[in-house]
Write a protein that binds this ligand. Structure first.
Ligand code: SF4
Length: 461
């Protein structure tokens, strides 16, 4: 596993990193593999099977659209989010699909894209492609897995223990204890240590440019989310709320001393805005996933607006430090547990994002490394055991509100840690281990299949 924070923070599209971003990357990788094998011109038909959680909730998460667009050479980072639906409608209507290199083949959406409610052994999000020539002989097939947060593996990669870096970072760590010990030994903050590691892969200027790009997408996502009204896509007909809340909060001249908790409304607003954009297929940053994309931007906006001494402008150095520390904590979960709701439940998405934001905020509030670790630990401890139960398979209910709630928990976790001395009973490594074990023990119906939890007990209307 490459140890870079830019594997955690990736610019993509909504509504889901495991069900939209991952499938698009997979089908893009697959079509490029066919090109490498010189098979493009021999293709007469492609059959795609979406398995398990992708079959259960894939339509609500736009997995079908994502695989078709990936085959057409689109990637989550460069796709025009405004033209996606039109392109897919054209494929369905014309029963033709444009692959890369100007190759066009017949494609019958109703027959060639199959949803199969069967769980392949390695992971609940699997996609299999079969390619046929013009005599209908199968000439190639391959299985891929979308393992969460936009990370994907082909069937050849799953038995490779760990894909180690070609590069050696100066501060190698496998868990939170090693990270904290290294910080103490070298008198570095978590963000400073990670910056040194990142310099193994790219120059400091490139790192800062990439962090700025990530921040600008997060900021734009909040701005866009506060502008749009109407219903979110899908049959649930859930109305967007961020704009109304934004208008209401903006119309108040100053923060009311009558209600000092009004700042919480702003944190809610930032999270709702991002997750509504995500649910509508907008441009978002996986942080560490799309389903949980609102928490880090919400807490960052809180930091910029309410903790920043220079109220006229945000401080890019603080934002860089926040993202570096949050990314380091995300890497701990990615390495030692999972960041996928389909794999370990919502603790793996919303819980991890809360933990990342809490630790990062604690550092920016002046916390020592023990307090950073404590904040990250509290952020997860109180998210353990969350079902992943998106109603109707849409990343809307409970996902959007869950991000607002977790953003608040992240702020509270940072404050609790800062008010302590960093000594605490439960370590971050213990909660990461507990989260993974709890998630693995959860039945599949509680893990992004929409077959359990709120997804069956809340009435769709
Ligand atoms: S319930 Fe949580 S893990 Fe599941 S899709 Fe929603 S945000 Fe993601």
């Amino acid at each position: 596993m490459k140890s870079s924070i830019f594997d955690i923070f990736k610019i993509g599209i909504g509504p889901s990193s495991s069900h939209t971003v991952g499938p698009m990357i997979i089908s893009n990788n697959f079509i490029n593999l066919l090109k490498e094998k010189d098979l493009l011109k021999k293709i007469n038909r492609i059959e795609i099977i979406l398995y398990g959680s992708l079959a259960a909730t894939g339509l609500g998460h736009a997995s079908d659209k994502a695989v078709l667009l990936g085959l057409s050479g689109k990637s989550p980072q460069n796709i025009d989010t405004n033209s996606m639906d039109i392109e897919v409608e054209n494929i369905k209507k014309n029963k033709r699909i444009n692959l890369i290199d100007d190759i066009q083949i017949d494609f019958d959406y109703d027959k060639d894209l199959v949803l199969k409610m069967e769980f392949l052994p390695y992971h609940s999000n699997a996609i299999k492609f079969f390619v046929y020539d013009d005599e209908n002989n199968e000439i190639f097939n391959k299985t891929f897995y979308s393992i969460g947060g936009g990370f994907v593996l082909s069937e050849d990669e799953i038995n490779v223990d760990v894909i180690e870096d070609d590069f050696k970072v100066p501060y190698e760590f496998k868990n939170a204890k090693e990270l904290i010990d290294l910080c103490k030994k070298h008198s570095l903050k978590v963000s400073e240590l990670i910056m040194e590691n990142e310099k193994t892969y790219r120059s400091e200027k490139e790192i800062k440019d990439k962090l700025k790009e990530i921040w600008l997408v997060m900021e734009n996502c909040v701005t866009e989310g506060c502008k749009h009204e109407g219903l979110m896509p899908g049959r649930l007909k859930v109305p967007r709320r961020a704009k109304k809340l934004y208008d209401k909060l903006s119309n108040k001249a100053n923060f009311s001393m009558v209600d000092p908790l009004e700042v919480m409304d702003w944190i809610d607003l930032y999270a709702l805005a991002v997750n509504e954009e995500n649910a509508c297929g907008g441009r978002v940053v996986t942080a560490p996933t799309n389903g949980a994309a609102g928490i880090i931007p919400a807490v960052l906006h809180y930091m910029n607006r309410f903790l920043n001494k220079n109220l006229s402008a945000y401080n890019m150095d603080d934002i860089n430090s926040f993202l570096l520390t949050a990314g380091a904590i995300g890497m701990l979960y990615q390495k030692n547990a999972s960041i996928s709701g389909a794999d370990v439940g919502c603790q793996g998405e919303v819980g991890v994002a809360c933990s990342m934001a809490a630790g990062a905020l604690a550092e920016l509030m002046g916390g020592c490394v023990d307090q950073v670790e404590n904040a990250a630990e509290i952020g997860m401890e109180h998210n353990l055991g969350l079902t992943c139960d998106p109603i109707g398979g849409y990343v809307q209910i409970p996902c959007i509100e869950r991000n607002a709630m977790a953003s608040m928990k992240a702020v509270n976790a940072a404050r609790m840690a800062i008010n302590g001395d960093g000594k605490h009973h439960v370590s971050l490594d213990s909660v990461i281990k507990t989260m993974f074990e709890t998630g693995k023990d959860m039945m599949n119906k509680y893990k992004e299949t929409s077959l359990g939890g709120l997804a069956v007990n809340a009435v769709e209307c």
